[in-house]
Write a protein that binds this ligand. Structure first.
Ligand code: GDG
Length: 476
């Protein structure tokens, strides 16, 4: 069995897995790294005056990790800049929020090169290398330039943008060309893969082989769809734990004679939080008789607070929640409990279970794991209803949810009404179908399918290969 090297911007292998605070992805990758005797490589989250290129090795509960410190300028340009202010908004179709600063692009290239230079000497000939997410797209090209011939795979956790928006990025072609240094590129959905193919064929004049292969820039790459999910057993165990049950009891008591709805999202403009609150406001306007009988618990931990756009959005959301509460609240009822803090996973599971409706309404989302967590937390005999944005990757599999267009307040209002009045048999039927999807896309199935697909590809340069391993293009 080859060794597995996972490469991601941040290394989330938990120091104490028994604490149960790590997410399913962190646990699934950690388990694979233990099984494959692997290594998790990424940024330490620390800054230093001068980049040393010396990785720090740690053992995190049996998982070997290698961490690199970055300079403050690297963090500004690569992480806060190109990753969070350029690629993240662009990939979520927010060109209005996208920063097209040249220095960010330069910092991104520099940090990817730096990571590659530190990682290359740690790679052994048979290692499988699995790179995660938009922060590190060009790293495979940089590794190839350093002579690394191993199989390298990439998985994108976000959506891929439409070609017409991607071309607003200076050097979009260079970015996509660098992806052809991978052996396997994975997406959550057919839709994201189709959009990637569309760029390759229509903009870069590449070709599709019909078997998931793409040929362009003198290189061939295999592509595939690997829908991520949650660790179902760990999540249901958290739900049934002491703290999970205690939280459920607490929430159920506070929801006596009322129906609770829940939203759980990092504070991010892609999650459609403001639109969700406005849709709920519309519902309160449209259904005066149901006011007082429903409330929304919105759990929204602060994220990326170093970026201005996030601070602006936070202020707008505070104002919107305050306005709706001010307009509709009564002496014994408040329509929104807006919680800018995080909860433990077992507590979240208890909160989900107590909610009659799960509101998952991002404007654009790679997959969205909250949709799957909400379903997994439900009581099979009296399950709640999932309202899901058609623009979340999860909608491609979870068609039994109430699918909505989150940009339309009226549609959201109608869906909330439908969810709150749905008969038990229909709720059970929908939940059973959705729970099957949640099981079928368990995070371990996702991980094993990806690693198996990567491992099955031929390795190294062959004489007749119509491409160069160093990422040079023939005809670009
Ligand atoms: C990216 C893609 C894709 C949230 N609040 C708390 C908390 N959370 C957890 C949730 C869930 C996770 O964070 C969020 O996952 P999502 O999938 O919704 O979204 P992103 O963070 O944007 O992740 C996304 C994902 O990558 C995986 O590929 O699905 O599309 O954008 O697990 O439960 N966890 C705890 N306390 C909180 O308050 N413990």
């Amino acid at each position: 069995m080859p060794r597995l090297i996972v490469v991601s911007n941040r290394v989330s292998a938990p120091v104490d897995p028994a604490a149960g605070s790590a997410g399913g992805l962190a646990m699934a990758l950690s388990a694979a790294l233990k099984a494959y005797d692997g290594l998790w490589f990424g940024w330490s989250g620390e800054t230093v005056e001068t980049f040393t290129g010396e990785p720090k090795f740690e053992d995190r509960a049996g998982v070997q990790v290698a961490l690199v410190d970055l300079e403050a300028q690297d963090v500004d340009e690569y992480y806060n800049g190109y990753a969070n202010k350029t690629l993240w908004p662009l990939f979520h179709h927010r060109v209005d929020l996208t920063a097209y600063e040249r220095s960010y692009g330069e910092g991104y290239e520099r940090v990817n090169r730096r990571f590659a230079e530190v990682l290359a000497p740690l790679i052994q000939p048979d290692d499988l290398i699995w790179v995660h997410d938009y922060h590190l797209i060009p790293i495979a090209r940089d590794l190839r330039r350093l002579g690394i011939n191993n199989r390298i795979g990439f998985f994108l956790h976000t959506p891929w943008p439409v070609r017409q928006l991607l071309v607003t990025l200076p050097h979009h072609r260079r970015l996509v060309e660098s992806m052809f240094a991978y052996d396997l590129i994975g997406f959550h959905t057919e839709e994201w893969l189709d959009l990637f193919r569309d760029y390759v064929v229509s903009e870069a004049r590449g070709e599709i082989d019909g078997l998931g292969g793409l040929e362009c820039f003198g290189r061939k790459v295999q592509t595939g769809v690997f829908p991520i999910g949650i660790d179902v057993d760990a999540f249901t165990a958290a739900r049934d734990s002491r703290e999970g049950v205690r939280t459920y009891d607490r929430m159920a008591a506070s929801a006596a004679f009322r129906s609770m709805m829940v939203g759980v999202d990092r504070l991010d403009y892609s999650k459609g939080l403001e639109e969700r609150m406005l849709g709920y406001e519309q519902f309160l306007h449209d259904n005066a008789d149901m006011r007082g009988g429903v409330f929304l618990v919105q759990v929204t931990p602060i994220s990326r607070d170093d970026v201005d756009t996030y601070q602006d959005m936070r202020a707008r959301l505070d104002a919107t929640a305050g306005r709706i509460n001010g307009e509709f609240a009564d002496m014994d009822w408040q329509p929104i409990r807006y919680l800018n803090r995080s909860y433990r996973r077992d507590q979240l599971a208890g909160i989900y279970r107590a909610a009659r409706v799960g509101l998952v309404t991002p404007l654009r989302d790679g997959m969205n794991l909250v949709a799957k967590e909400y379903v997994a937390a439900q009581n099979p005999e009296d399950p709640g209803v999932l309202i899901l944005s058609r623009f979340a990757g999860a909608a491609e599999q979870m068609g039994e949810a109430l699918l909505v267009n989150p940009f339309s307040r009226e549609e959201l209002s109608e869906a909330i009404h439908k969810a709150l009045t749905m008969p038990l048999e229909e709720r059970i039927r929908k939940w059973q179908a959705l729970m099957q999807v949640v099981r079928d896309t368990d995070v371990s199935i996702w991980r094993d399918a990806y690693v198996k697909a990567l491992n099955a590809l031929p390795v190294g340069e062959t004489d007749d290969a119509p491409f160069h391993r160093d990422g040079r293009a023939d005809a670009a």
